[in-house]
Design a protein around this ligand. Sequence first.
Ligand SMILES: Cc1cc2nc3c(=O)[nH]c(=O)nc-3n(C[C@H](O)[C@H](O)[C@H](O)COP(=O)(O)OP(=O)(O)OC[C@H]3O[C@@H](n4cnc5c(N)ncnc54)[C@H](O)[C@@H]3O)c2cc1C
Length: 444
Amino acid sequence: MGAGLAGALLATLLARKGWQVDVLEKRGDPRVQGYGGGRSINLALAERGREALRQADADDAVMRHAVMMRGRMVHFADGRQQLQRYGRDDSEVIWSIHRGDLNISLLDLAQRAGAGLHFHQRLDGVDFPACEARFIDGLTGATQVHRFSSLVGADGAGSALRAAMGAQVDMGERSEFLDHSYKELEIPPGEEGGFRIEPNALHIWPRGRYMCIALPNDEHTFTVTVFLPNHGEPSFASVRTGAHARALFERDFADTVALIPALEADWERNPPGVLGTLYLDRWHLGGQAVLLGDAAHAMVPFHGQGMNCAFEDCVALARALEDHPDRHTAFAAFQAQRQPNALAIQHMALENYLEMRDRVDDADFLLQRELEQLLEQRHPGRFVPHYSMVSFMRVPYATALARSEIQRAILVQATAGKDSIDQVDLALVDARVLAGLDVLVDAP
Ligand SMILES: Cc1cc2nc3c(=O)[nH]c(=O)nc-3n(C[C@H](O)[C@H](O)[C@H](O)COP(=O)(O)OP(=O)(O)OC[C@H]3O[C@@H](n4cnc5c(N)ncnc54)[C@H](O)[C@@H]3O)c2cc1C
């Protein structure tokens, strides 16, 4: 169910292994009618996602349209800018990709691998005892019933398959919505057709309780995402009109005003998108149905890992189906492997919101970051920065979280009350690192 990012990649992986796969998608074919949008316009692709794409031989096609992002370009309230590198050098970067281009590349691959793609087919209900799924044709309104042997739900955060499974058993489902939403705006190319601001960075305008970010697109535009509270001042409740938005930007994001010519129109046209985390105790119904990607564990976007995690799910599910003799066991093994990791990245994504909007311009945060980089040099492979474990490695997210918590305690303790790295007792910190952390080996 669903020919979005995870559905298209999983179909490719499974069809290549000889499974008979049919993908049913409620929207039209984006290759015929253009990409219909939906969630964010562009996404940050990191090593986990790239490795999954390599497994499907999709990496080359996708990377042709990717723009490298070396780090965060922080835009301070006083107009200063500072590039905070994500990694040590250009081998440790993330990539901005256009959701529509990525989806189209993956659909082409799925089709070439032999998967059947069926558009305008919205899953409407499932009769599990009869092994029949019911779809509504978006063009004709007609109902169609398909027999199935197993259903895979890659139908996103509002999954209809999850709802159908939940009508059979208690899935232990709960959603926690953030009291913040987002809206997208655009920085068009400059007069000469080039990028208007530094292309190889993820731009952030942190302003405490709210922020803007901007990711580059390969047609030399940037997609700006504004994150604001739903209530209070400023918020989506108080900044309602284009004129209100202009006033907010002139006050708090002054260096962007000249870059977003359609600010008022974009603001009034694009509705705010909600942000939330979906927790689910059960990801599968015996061997009949299983969920993955956002359908199983939607998360807030602040670590840029929702798609990367969904792509890791695809590889794990394809492998579980190969390794286990029956689907019930395969789906159970898939859930056992992925659920603790999904929980870990959901937690880290929530934490990262605070860091991005409120911490990246703080002196104590910058000192901790400086010490983190120093400890990475002093203890290579043992003290690996949090961001690197999540974005440049494929160690399980749960391992990254556990180690990050130990590391953060070391950094906070060592820098408390200090204003420069010279004041830090490095011998003591070294001893703590050696006692608390073993050498980290990446996933094979
Ligand atoms: C603002 C924002 C920014 C983000 N930035 C990043 C980022 O930088 N990096 C990152 O890794 N992740 C990011 N994410 C997360 C990422 O978008 C999701 O994790 C990813 O899209 C999940 O893929 P999916 O295939 O599970 O779901 P989706 O991409 O949502 O695909 C679901 C598909 O199912 C279809 N569908 C839905 N219902 C039905 C139905 N009833 N019948 C048939 N088909 C159906 C939909 O039309 C869609 O095509 C971001 C998310 C948001 C909201």
